[in-house]
Design a binder for this molecule. Structure first.
Ligand code: ATP
Length: 356
């Protein structure tokens, strides 16, 4: 087990593109940390710098107390699991699992024992003599995981390992990776663009955008107290609803619509200029004393079984409301959504979009 530290890390690609800006981050010993963000935000570059697959332009990365900037990938005591599995096609599963240990001149007996143990942990004993092409996608990913585990590294790195699996298998493997972390308690750094994967796997999530950390926090903290409008819109499904307007005293106003808010912070009240009012689908309800939005017409109703999600347009934007499965609503139903008393957030209408 080990800590990982990024200290003022920058990555500027040879063509001058600044992909990672002044990254400062401490991954705790045994922590499951997820790096998440939209395509191009710099999360893979960050992971690849840690793995030693990409040079660090400035700053330093340390694993435990050892700065690894100049250390070869093979000597960093890490194991990486990739999206495309990266198995050796001409080797059997057993040989794939054993390869890393063999290269390190591990005694034969120990290789056999460790391989058998990992195969049993992952339930792939019956596949040991097969070649990768004779395996399903899920089985291949399991072998790729096994190959990382067998090396008993100090840190596991995952680069979108579940992206090539179908939806059902992805959910199953997600649970397996979580239980693996629970058993091994090894430090893990996991990259994904999928916020649901991030929320379900991460003990702590780092959200990146344009090469910068937007927020690093536990999943529920991100959900409940997003630091800015980007984080608020990125985490959660359906995404948070937003209305742009002004705040006068505690009254949010937008194009003739007024919503009276309670307990607005002084910071928000003293903010000059526009603000964004954000509220999640579950923060809108039909029966409450909260401030009401104008009457709207549901355009789409998605029946999820245990609940429904209704969609309506307000001030030209699509919004969503989560409704109990028992609600008798259909497309065309007219409703008056109300805001739960504390079910809203205010954000500045500027580039950073900080939450008040
Ligand atoms: P994705 O989910 O699409 O893989 P990402 O968040 O992992 O995205 P990175 O692969 O880290 O993003 O790339 C970050 C930025 O750096 C992107 O804008 C990308 O185009 C750019 N980039 C990546 N590799 C290079 C390179 N070799 N030369 C120049 N720019 C690069």
């Amino acid at each position: 087990m080990a800590t990982v530290s990024f200290r003022n890390v920058n990555k500027v690609y040879p063509d001058g593109f600044h992909a990672v800006h002044d990254l400062n981050l401490e991954v705790k010993e045994g922590e499951f940390l997820v790096l998440v963000g939209p395509s191009g935000c710099g999360k893979s570059t960050t992971l690849r710098m840690l793995a030693g697959l990409e040079e660090i332009s400035s700053g330093e990365i340390a694993i435990e107390d050892r700065v690894v900037n100049a250390i070869e990938p093979g000597d960093r005591d890490i194991a990486m699991v990739f999206q495309n599995y990266a198995l050796y096609p001409h080797m059997s599963v057993r040989e794939n699992l054993a390869f890393g240990l063999k290269m390190r001149r591990t005694p034969k007996q120990e290789i056999a024992e460790r391989t058998a143990e990992v195969a049993s942990t992952l339930g792939i004993e019956s596949l040991l003599d097969r070649r990768p092409r004779e395996l399903s996608g899920g089985q291949r990913q399991r072998v790729a995981l096994g190959r990382a585990i067998v090396r008993q590294p100090k840190v596991f790195l995952f680069d979108e390992p579940l992206s090539n699996l179908d939806a059902k298998l992805r959910v199953q493997m997600r649970a397996e990776i979580a239980s693996l972390h629970h058993r091994l308690k090894t430090t893990m750094v996991y990259v994904t663009h999928d916020q649901v994967e991030a929320m379900t796997l991460g003990e702590r999530i780092v959200i990146m955008n344009h090469g910068r950390i937007q927020q690093a926090a536990a999943p529920l903290e991100l959900y409940r107290r997003p630091a800015n409008r980007f984080v608020a819109g990125f985490i959660g499904s359906p995404p948070m609803n937003f209305l742009r307007g002004t705040l006068k005293d505690s009254m949010f106003q937008s194009e003739g619509m007024s919503i009276q808010l309670a307990n607005v912070s002084n910071e928000a009240l003293s903010h000059e200029g526009n603000v964004w009012l954000g509220f999640r689908a579950e923060d809108l309800v039909l029966n409450s004393d909260g401030p009401s939005l104008p009457e709207v017409e549901l355009e789409v109703v998605e029946q999820m079984g245990h609940e429904s999600i209704g969609y309506f347009t307000l001030l030209g934007e699509r919004h969503s409301i989560r409704l109990p499965a028992t609600s008798e609503v259909n497309p065309g139903s007219r409703i008056v959504p109300r805001l739960r008393p504390a079910g809203w957030h205010l954000f500045a209408d500027d580039e950073e979009g900080c939450r008040f």
